[in-house]
Design a protein around this ligand. Structure first.
Ligand SMILES: Cc1ncc(COP(=O)(O)O)c(C=O)c1O
Length: 345
């Protein structure tokens, strides 16, 4: 997509910077399926050390890291608990059922939060032969469909206590975990109570591809086998891992800038009389809907005609995402197009 396009569809649309490309080009490589790509090994140990976890597994996507985690944690016929808004439930192609034969039980609010009490109430009694065994709790921080909600460590710890009380594993879909950490002033090691964590390098961190699954050594060894089975074993992936290393070193602290820009965009939306509702903006995602008398597609098309791309999440909700490739000019294009739509209604 040309620079003249203001692309607010997702933080996945970013292009590798010159520095990142340079790091990729210089990467030492091997064959990672044969276990001798030094740059992949370095990334896996760097990320696991950052989180105080024993081991890491580099995968092509966040969908794959989530699916591997579910496959290792659960047996067919078992059940996992998550928010109805979660990515694993809505956007992974039914992979939970297809890949692992696992069913899903959901609860939580419209921001992607689920309380410890709700989780506890959904756990199936172990002695009941009618029930599927609950074997996993999955939370998403930040919650994408919830509007970039940051769940916060106190809530996540309460759920961890429930998972320990019942001996149920606890997985974190942290596709945008660094956004939550920057916003809430948290450190990766504070997340060490999870049994497994997935982080994405290709969202706000600006890498072209790549996610990491973090856990203990035994879990990651099992995960490596599942990755191969899913076709996710990659060969000279050191080139890609180099982008991930660059992203972790250079692109975390600047996420605050994306959050500030998201607040500015929210303030503009608040001024517009054709906007009906904006979900609370906590990180880099702005979810909003227009008043009933307006067709969301009309706003969508108007923005697109002006070179501004956003996403229609469903029939009602629209999404704007800020990221490191958004320039001052792009912001100006967005604000001008939002204001000029007012004159058309
Ligand atoms: C919360 C969340 N989890 C997982 C994923 C999956 O990541 P990928 O697109 O790399 O498969 C996404 C993608 O947007 C996401 O938003």
């Amino acid at each position: 997509m040309k620079n003249s396009i203001a692309d607010f569809r997702s933080d996945t649309v970013t292009r590798p910077s010159k520095g990142m490309l340079n790091a990729m080009q210089k990467a030492l490589i091997g064959d990672d399926v044969l276990g001798d790509d030094p740059t992949v090994k370095y990334l896996e140990s760097m990320a696991s050390e950052i989180f105080g976890m024993e081991a890491g597994l580099f995968c092509p996507s966040g969908t794959m890291t989530n699916q591997i985690a579910i496959n290792v944690h659960c047996n067919p016929g078992e059940e996992l608990i998550c928010s109805p808004l979660s990515h694993i439930y809505n956007y992974e192609g039914g992979g939970v059922a297809f890949n692992s034969g696992v069913q899903i039980r959901t609860a939580g609010d419209k921001y992607g939060r689920i309380s410890a009490e709700e989780v506890e109430s959904l756990i199936q009694p172990e002695i009941d032969v009618h029930a599927a065994q609950t074997s996993l709790i999955v939370v998403e921080n930040t919650s994408n469909k919830g509007g970039g909600t940051c769940l916060g460590l106190p809530l996540l710890r309460e759920i961890s206590n429930i998972s320990k009380k019942y001996g149920i594993n606890y997985h974190l879909d942290g596709a945008r975990l660094f956004n939550a950490m920057v916003r809430d002033n948290e450190t990766p090691k504070q997340y060490d109570f999870f049994d497994s964590i997935s982080i994405c390098l290709s969202k706000g961190l600006g890498a072209p591809i790549g996610s990491l699954l973090l856990s203990n050594k035994d879990f990651i060894e099992q995960g490596r086998r599942v990755r191969k089975r899913l076709g996710g074993g990659m060969r000279q992936s050191g080139y890609l891992a180099a982008a991930g290393i660059y992203a972790l070193k250079n692109n975390i602290n600047r996420l605050g800038e994306d959050h500030l820009l998201a607040q500015k965009i929210k303030d503009i939306l608040k001024e517009l009389d054709y906007i009906a509702e904006i979900k609370p903006v906590q990180s880099n995602i702005i979810l909003f809907r227009v008043i009933k008398s307006i067709n969301p597609s009309d706003l969508f098309n108007h923005l697109q005609k002006n070179g501004v791309y956003i996403i229609l999440m469903d029939k009602e909700w629209m999404r704007i995402v800020t990221h490191l490739d958004i320039s001052k000019k792009h912001f100006q294009m967005l604000s001008e197009s939002l204001y000029s739509f007012s004159s058309k209604i």
